[in-house]
Write a protein that binds this ligand. Structure first.
Ligand code: HEC
Length: 107
């Protein structure tokens, strides 16, 4: 449960601080309005990967690369069930926004 603590803190933050979190950060840490789960749930609290879940680091990848990977997972050759669910649930705009957010993070 330890890794869920930052999420809890995010959710408990008062209104103004939460409003300051970018839409991309919200998708990454709280999930998307479309229903896609938070990236951090699998990719780790710093989005640096969770080896135990075979989830690679996604912080600091380029936005183009992330969007290409999401397209791959959503398409016929994407066989990873977890990422297929994420990639087929996110809207095109949510993909763009979260990809831009992740690309701005330190690798
Ligand atoms: C339920 C767990 C889970 C969630 C939630 C999840 N991922 Fe993943 N993700 C994975 C796993 C597992 C892989 C590795 C899949 C593989 O082997 O191809 C992966 C791979 C990726 C990759 C490919 C990385 C690379 O180096 O090629 C990207 C990009 C990615 N995820 C983005 C996201 C984004 C963005 C979100 C949030 C919107 C997200 N993921 C949410 C489990 C998850």
């Amino acid at each position: 449960m330890k890794h869920l603590l930052p999420l809890t803190i995010l959710l408990l933050m008062p209104g103004p601080a939460q409003a300051a979190a970018s839409p991309g950060a919200r998708i990454a840490f709280e999930g998307a309005a479309s229903g896609a789960p938070p990236c951090a749930a699998c990719h780790g609290e710093h989005l640096q990967g969770t080896p135990a879940l075979k989830s690679p680091a996604i912080a600091g990848l380029t936005a183009d690369y992330i969007l290409a990977r999401l397209d791959h997972y959503a398409g016929p050759s994407g066989h990873n069930p977890q990422m297929k669910q994420v990639a087929t649930t996110l809207t095109a705009q949510e993909k763009r926004v979260v990809a831009d957010y992740l690309a701005g993070l330190k690798r």
